[in-house]
Ligand binder design. Structure first.
Ligand code: C2O
Length: 555
């Protein structure tokens, strides 16, 4: 056949059958290396991937396969979690240390292998051991399949914006303050936008600049990789159209303020509709209770290409730190796209109806300052990390690592947001909640008011969930279900339980494995606000977890 005929046929095939093009394998190499970084006019060595902070962006296309070789060259154990990647049957590549795998030790490596099936949008990857994710994190961009357009106007350009927190001291040393003293660890010294705090009192370093061209539209992929703080994100004189969260499309809505919790991703369209100039881009913390936060605003600049030198920066004001209404209006605007192509498959019949009370408590500690330490838990259980991985213990039927008696409801009910229980001591345990393959689950996640009521961004591994309701005070099992949105609730993997309030999530346990659920404020995870679901295999290999890879690290 003449080669031009061949080319024509190939092009024709691509036009006619765009989705039949074989899916691709994306290979990445993540070298875990120390790197000296200067921020806030001080230098320190940090753990990085390939010497970058934030780390490299991982690109893939919906349904593609991703293989990441992680080589550990630092004196810390490490694991990487592909936050929000469902890991369908590939739980060995999920990453939380001691949940799905033993950590990769110094001078060892591990191949993470997974498919990004049925997902498109922006996600986060981060270290999932101690507090290393402070500096070990980055973006995952899952593009739609070839020939499949976005369900919103095509942007001219796409930009990644990673938000973070910076400590002048080593983040793991900060965590260890709590281990030693029992007291809450220090808040960060700055927030960062794409790795830079911008000018701060006493240190006039410049921050990140986003260069734009007047009249063009940008898709901003905003990733909150902060450790312990929810933030507001704003750009002076510009409005955003939110189109996707946590790699799930939403009904587009306009806002000038993004509210985002650690672990969440938000895709927005921004039109550069000013003529020229420099505009403040900033993040500031949200906290509506008496808990200390880092109140440094991180500053970056949106700059038009035509801007003349010495043009002053156009400023804006961010919401107050305790601006609860701004968080509510943002969350309540989020609705699944629920189109014929992207339906919202909300489970309507529920097999397991669970009630998780989340919050902090105390635990005796003889070496601590006050003879006790602040801890956190779910249904009064403070999760104790095992010293081998739960998924291995499950797969190989090793007894003595965990028990499957995690309480699906509070053992001793009390007035959760009111006077509280008489005894605020939690119990310790490594407990999982067992689910049959394909069973449907509803979890009411109720915040409590012990010590201080506080909001908690709850993250679930292995699944997206639908947020069918949210409210304040104690959940009312009689009247609140009448208000459930079972039509177009937002689908995501992390959502904040409001201070002294509750949310209701639903998901289908169609992914066998052991799946972590925890507060994505790292400080609360450290304190024990975590548990795991164990989803049994279904029938046959297609409903079962794959066998463990040969290079799976050992403890
Ligand atoms: Cu992004 Cu288990 O966390």
């Amino acid at each position: 056949m003449a080669s031009w005929v061949q080319s024509v046929l190939v092009v024709l095939a691509m036009v006619l059958f765009p989705t039949t093009i074989e899916s691709k394998v994306w290979h990445y190499k993540f070298n875990v290396v120390m790197k000296n970084m200067t921020r806030l006019c001080e230098s320190k060595p940090i753990v990085t991937i390939n010497g970058k902070f934030p780390g490299p962006t991982l690109y893939a296309r919906e349904d593609d396969r991703v293989i990441v070789r992680v080589v550990n060259k630092v004196p810390h154990n490490i694991t990487i979690h592909w936050h929000g990647v469902r890991q369908l049957r590939t739980g060995w590549s999920d990453g939380p240390a001691y949940i799905t795998q033993c950590p990769i030790q110094t001078n060892q490596s591990y191949l993470y292998k997974f498919n990004v099936t049925g997902q498109r949008g922006t996600l986060l990857w981060h270290a999932h051991i101690t507090w290393l994710r402070a500096t070990v994190h980055g973006a995952i961009v899952i593009l739609p399949k070839h020939g499949v357009p976005y369900p919103f106007p095509k942007p001219d350009h796409e930009k990644i914006i990673v938000l973070g927190e910076w400590w002048k001291s080593d983040a793991d040393d900060v965590m260890n303050q709590w281990v030693q003293t029992g007291m809450p660890p220090n808040v960060s010294d700055a927030h960062t936008i794409n790795g830079y705090p911008g000018p701060t009192p006493g240190c006039s370093s410049s921050g990140f600049t986003l260069h734009v061209e007047a009249g063009k539209t940008y898709l901003l992929r905003i990733i909150n990789a902060a450790l312990n703080e929810d933030v507001f994100f704003k750009i002076a004189k510009h409005e955003f159209t939110v189109v996707e969260v946590d790699a799930c499309y939403v009904k587009p809505f306009k806002t000038d303020t993004i509210y985002t919790a650690p672990g969440q991703t938000t895709n927005v369209l921004l039109t550069a509709d000013q003529k020229s100039g420099k505009y403040l881009m900033a993040i500031s913390p949200f906290m509506d209770t008496i808990v200390a936060v880092d109140n440094q605003t991180a500053i970056a600049t949106l700059r038009y290409k035509t801007t003349k030198p010495y043009t002053p920066l156009t400023l804006t004001t961010l919401p107050a730190t305790n601006a609860t209404p701004a968080t509510n209006s943002f969350i309540e605007s989020l609705r699944s796209l629920n189109s014929p192509k992207y339906p919202a498959l909300v489970p309507l019949k529920i097999d397991h109806s669970l009630f998780f009370v989340v919050g902090v408590g105390v635990d005796p500690c003889s070496t601590c300052v006050n003879g006790s330490r602040v801890v956190a838990g779910i249904n009064n259980v403070t999760f104790v990390m095992p010293d081998t991985a739960l998924l291995q213990a499950h797969y190989f039927n090793t007894s003595g690592v965990f028990t499957d008696d995690f309480p699906g409801n509070p053992v001793t009910p009390y007035n959760y947001t009111g006077s509280g229980p008489t005894n605020i001591q939690t119990t310790n345990g490594t407990k999982v909640y067992r689910l049959a393959y394909n069973s449907t689950v509803q979890v009411v996640i109720q915040g409590n008011g012990i010590i201080a009521p506080e909001s908690h961004p709850i993250h679930l591994h292995g699944f997206n969930f639908f947020v069918v309701a949210k409210g304040l005070g104690n959940y009312d099992p009689v009247n609140d279900p009448k208000k459930f949105n079972l039509v177009d609730p937002v689908e995501r993997n992390t959502l904040t339980v409001p201070t002294a309030g509750w949310i209701v999530i639903r998901f289908k346990a169609d992914n066998p494995g052991v799946w972590f659920l925890h507060c994505h404020l790292e400080v609360h995870t450290t304190w024990g606000l975590k548990m795991a679901f164990l989803v049994d295999n279904g029938n046959g290999p297609n409903e079962s977890i794959i066998p463990p890879p040969k290079d799976l690290p050992t403890c």
